[in-house]
Design a protein around this ligand. Structure first.
Ligand SMILES: Nc1ncnc2c1ncn2[C@@H]1O[C@H](COP(=O)(O)OP(=O)(O)OP(=O)(O)O)[C@@H](O)[C@H]1O
Ligand SMILES: [Mg+2]
Length: 576
């Protein structure tokens, strides 16, 4: 019992001492805050230590000022009347103002806010009121009218008596970052779109291919049945209908095959004005009264390399759509063709368009136009807004496929009730890599873009056929049947090539030896090896020799084409 009373008394004493110490500390702090103390003496184990306090305030504020001048973000403080009480050098730069001119003035004289959504401003004010802090993004419009995206951290400032005395804002200009983010998002969306179209194209192409065979069987059987039926049989009427429907289906399949780019395209120098003339002739025949077609062909329109029928199809599909968009209204379709040049610095209508010389085909109408939701989907196969049975929704996706296969770009501008404008850009023939003679030049399809292929085969007939075939895909081919001469030409730098295709089994020097010599001297030059007998051993040897692809003979056209394309257009970046 006694012991308990004693410890309670000790505790009370300790408590009182602590209180006294706290009070003393509080007094000292008050004295320091009021500025009445010049120095502080602190008892330490090593004896008393003196801290001088005079001038500390001035020193620390100078120090703060220097730090703030170095900070790259704008720092601004305002009082309760929104008047600027401080701004650092970064703020002066960011808003194009100088401190003497804006101190004491209202913040709105430096910039105006623009919020993404009206409710954002209310949310920011609530956060400041409730937590004393807000951080977020908005837009500042400077006095010059220029708008910048900013990220701000705003906190409440309090006076000594803890009353609210204003706001401190640290503001970072994130315009560049925002732009980069938007560009990234746009490119991603574009990539997704083109991958989607490619996947649908492959699928549709596969189905169409089989469907074509089925249609063939239907047509042959209809014909056989017609021969077996007596000439006045009722069945003949049905057979004729079957044939008619099958022909319509075959046209449709043709469209799908064109879209999926399975169809072999021919490559010739195409004069754009002449396909315009031909298309306009066909379009005029189908126009309703009150509609007009106007056509302007600039003298500087360059020729393009491609498939005449397909390019005419592009103009026809665009023209028919334009006419359909004006149905029931008098209006004008305008077709305009001209040459355009884009250099590195000029603004291009589509980022996929590389600098260069292009033929531009513009088809515009004064029809009903499109809203954004329709505009986004028009190139999708089977997307149509026309009544069921009237449109298949394949027109524009065929156009898109053809333009892409010609290494071109299509862009659309349209708004509801304001008509539509489609612009097609096709690379000019002059822009495809220069070829030594015009015959070779005419053979440069968009796919090969005149890249140089060295082809080595001791079988001259095979060599000649392969050369012609690869040239059709738009490559330039140097063909050699003598291995050492070929190797000497590339290794000495006499000819510069982008790819080597070589036969494996040749007397004197095998394709593998050629591959090894190239790997050692020009390791970046890809090699494709063709062999009549491919086994695991050859595969391993070829891989060790750096061979990029090994093809079995007799090589399938598409297989070789795929292998060559794989080198220049890795999957996902295919042209066609
Ligand atoms: N010039 C245009 N003006 C307004 N809308 C258009 C225009 N061109 C195309 N469209 C819109 O794009 C959709 C798709 O066009 P697309 O040519 O691919 O198919 P379609 O014309 O509907 O059918 P198809 O061409 O197969 O007969 C159209 O249904 C229409 O909504
Ligand atoms: Mg159409």
């Amino acid at each position: 019992m006694r012991a308990k009373a004693a410890s309670a008394a000790t505790l009370l004493a300790q408590n009182a001492e602590l209180h006294a110490r706290l009070e003393a500390a509080e007094e000292t702090l008050q004295a320091i805050r009021s500025g009445a103390v010049d120095a502080l003496v602190v008892e330490t184990d090593a004896g008393p230590k003196i801290f001088r306090l005079e001038g500390l305030d001035a020193e620390s504020s100078r120090f703060r000022g220097e730090i703030l001048a170095q900070v790259s973000d704008a720092v601004i403080t305002i009082d309760n009347d929104q008047r600027v009480t401080f701004l650092n050098a970064a703020a002066e730069r960011q808003y194009g103002v100088t401190a003497p001119n804006v101190l004491g003035r209202r913040l709105s004289e430096i910039f105006q806010y623009r919020w993404q959504r009206p409710e954002d401003e209310a949310a920011a004010l609530t956060a400041l009121r409730e937590t004393g802090f807000w951080c977020g993004e908005n837009v500042h419009v400077k006095r010059s009218g220029e708008a910048i995206n900013v990220e701000s951290s705003v906190s409440q400032l309090r006076a000594e008596d803890e009353t609210f005395s204003g706001l401190l804002a640290v503001i970072r200009d994130i315009t560049g970052r925002k732009r980069a983010e938007q560009e990234h998002a746009r490119l991603e969306a574009q990539l997704r779109e083109s991958q989607k179209l490619e996947a649908i194209g492959t699928l549709a192409g596969g189905v169409a291919h089989d469907f074509n065979n089925i249609l063939g069987t239907i047509l042959i059987n209809a014909e056989l049945a017609r021969q077996d039926a007596s000439y006045n049989s009722q069945a003949l009427v049905s057979l004729t209908e079957i044939e008619k429907a099958s022909h319509r289906a075959r046209d449709l399949v043709q469209q799908i095959l064109t879209f999926s780019r399975r169809q072999v395209t021919s490559h010739q120098v195409v004069s754009i004005p002449s396909i315009v003339t031909e298309s306009v002739r066909l379009l005029r025949a189908g126009l309703l009264g009150g509609m007009r077609i106007e056509c302007y062909c600039a003298a500087d329109t360059p020729s393009v390399l491609g498939d005449l029928t397909q390019l005419t199809q592009v103009l026809l599909n665009l023209g028919v759509n334009a006419a359909q968009a004006m149905e029931g209204w008098p209006g004008t379709i305008e077709i305009r063709v001209e040459g355009v040049m884009f250099d590195e610095s000029s603004a291009r209508p589509d980022p996929a368009l590389r600098p260069g010389h292009y033929a531009r085909i513009v088809v515009s109408d004064t029809g009903h136009g499109m809203d954004a939701a329709t505009r986004r989907r028009i190139f999708e196969p089977f997307f149509t807004t026309r009544p069921s049975g009237k449109g298949t929704g394949l027109g524009l996706c065929v156009v898109h496929g053809i333009v892409q296969a010609h290494a071109g770009v299509i862009v659309v501008h349209s708004e509801p009730d304001k008509g539509s404008t489609f612009e097609v850009y096709l690379p000019s023939t002059n822009d495809l890599a220069a070829a030594p003679d015009p015959i070779e030049k005419a053979g440069q399809a968009a796919e090969g873009r005149g890249r140089h292929v060295l082809y080595i085969d001791d079988d001259q007939a095979q060599l000649f056929a392969s050369k012609r075939m690869i040239e059709r895909w738009g490559y330039r081919v140097s063909a050699y049947f003598e291995q050492r001469e070929a190797l000497d030409a590339v290794l000495s730098g006499r000819i510069r090539v982008d790819l080597v295709v070589t036969d494996f089994n040749m007397p004197g020097m095998s394709g593998l030896e050629i591959a090894r010599a190239i790997r050692d001297a020009l390791p970046d030059l890809p090699v494709i090896l063709i062999s009549g007998y491919v086994n695991e051993e050859l595969r391993a040897q070829a891989a060790a020799a750096g061979v990029r692809d090994l093809i079995a003979k007799p090589q399938d056209l598409e297989e070789l084409r795929d292998a060559v394309q794989n080198i220049f257009y890795p999957p996902g970046k295919r042209l066609g």
